[in-house]
Design a protein around this ligand. Sequence first.
Ligand code: CP3
Length: 364
Amino acid sequence: MLVPTTHPLQAGLTAESPLISAYRGIRPATTPVWFMRQAGRSLPEYRELRVGTEMLQACLTPELASEITLQPVRRHAVDAGIFFSDIVVPLKLVGVDVSIVPGRGPVMGKAVRTAADVAELVQNDPAQLDSALGPIIDAVARTVAELGTTPLIGFAGAPFTLAAYLVEGGPSKDHIRARTMMHADPESWAALMTWTAEITGRFLRAQVLAGASAAQLFDSWAGSLSPEDYVRHVAPASARVLDFVRDLTFEASGTETRVPIVHFGVGTGEILPQMRDVGADVVGIDYRTPLDEGIRRLGASVPVQGNVDPAMLAAPWNILEAHVRDVHRRGLDAPAHVMNLGHGVPPETDPTVLTRVVELVHSL
Ligand code: CP3
């Protein structure tokens, strides 16, 4: 297995990159930009590479996962690679029957609905994941060796978002069954959240150890929760995930640092401070909350990431350009801002538009 002798942060390769500087709250000369789902179906070179290989199989093939991660960095000259994988990969690696159905998302062989289902699932020892993470470590190590001074962002799904798939058995609109379990059977819910935190935390830690310079926790569906439910039934497990990377320190430019942590969810305008409070350094804001309003809710002291509306990518260039300029202007209220979308790149996006957005952001 390929393991870098020195972490890119420690080697001084990425510590002062625009992305890592911004994540640390130091505004760089040019605004860094990357896109959630920048690797994927919007790229013809991705579609070509994926022919005949299932999604999860691609994630577990290091050469493929690495090449797919690098494709958008080469094409768009974005300021970061995001590791090509999926939030359900660690579930798959501990033996959960999960597949990714194209156009739909993660689907479970069996939903985790009852106390007995939860008890059965959590019998599965999270520590056994460590010996299954080889393909992930290998893929990250290969990728950072190619990326050089461009940082790689590692990521994981937060316990609530993973539980939303486990309990529902697949994608759902309001995650009703999961949200019912947290109230109807709080003990089983807590056991499920703790187990999921142990799994997803190990997945994130492995990526950081193998060379990721930042870590993003995706709680994509946390926007369906009230602030009270979030704080009581979800936030402790998300904080537990971050404990898996918080203790990892690197000596970069003579100072001890740890990887910056970004926390993002869709429709989370009402819980932004609570999402910071689980231990995030940077908060991702979706397109529903104006960026300056999100910054205000965070007390104007937190670096932010976001929040170009993905729908704008298919609008005429002058409309998209005005929108990107507006987002950039609103982002000036934060200590630093990393330009991104308010959610993932739609598969039908013209990739030349993404390249043009990168050029625009770098010129502002
Ligand atoms: O470029 C990147 O952003 C990196 C790769 C990445 C993927 N999934 C690849 C992927 C990341 C960061 C994820 C995280 C992920 N997976 C999240 C959190 C981010 C978010 O979008 O909110 C969630 C909720 C999932 C679960 C999931 N996996 C969904 C909803 C889907 C889409 C289903 C579809 O086909 O539309 C997937 C599959 C998936 N994950 C694809 C990719 C590139 C599409 C697979 C394909 O090309 O067939």
